[in-house]
Design a protein around this ligand. Sequence first.
Ligand code: SF4
Length: 280
Amino acid sequence: MREVEVSEITKEIAELCQEANFELGEDVINAFKDGLENDESPTAKAILEQLLENAKIAREDRVPMCQDTGFTVIFVELGQEVKLVGGDLEEAINEGVRQGYKEGYLRKSIVSHPLKRENTGDNTPAVIHTKIVPGDKIKITVAPKGGGSENMSEVRMMKPADGVEGVKDFVIERVKESGPNPCPPIVVGVGIGGTFEKCAYLAKKALLRPIGDESPHEDIAQLEKELLEEVNKLGIGPQGLGGRTTVLDVNVEIYGAHIASLPVAVNINCHAARHKETII
Ligand code: SF4
């Protein structure tokens, strides 16, 4: 067994929280540039230029790219040959969030009780997804998630007879109804199959894939392509002010389903499509 001190995880998470908020991925930046080249709307072009400038300032000055620095969603892939020592994993992760948001002067957006709504003051608790995997490494992904785009997401328990056309209609309807609210251009994560909670997890996980990445399943890759074309015909455009650059990518993840069910989740990410990862 390989021993890893949980304090190492705390340190990495503190850094990733800041990196994710300061440095937009090159894939997203390149997608903005593609939009700038291909969108015919002058307003869309002007907004995309501003988004590129905003990302540049955030990276160079180490300031958050958006005032909403998100709910800290963390994916941990924990090698089964790792022995964690020196404390509790969940506490170590939350301590990393606490330190990262304090050191980086990132906005603290989390309330401890969803109805009483008192801010915890340190952006904890994080939402943590832990998966045990083969090997002796730990992969950590930090994905701060903005409230505006999260609020536009939905899980629907569809009927198996709704089929692929039903799924397409649902995704297109969700993007259309979201309009300007999730700060487009957006990334659309779709989870199909599993159970109620599994498809929501898949949709969130789909947002971690790089822009331009295709599903390894031929039919699903085709579905992603068709959905991307359809949603970009809606004319919502950057910041909802018109144009063709509404959605940068549609990523679909699938899982086995019960014979009676077709759960589908759509999780929308805004143009601040943030995630950073490391391997310990
Ligand atoms: S949806 Fe995204 S870009 Fe819009 S305010 Fe929230 S974090 Fe910022």
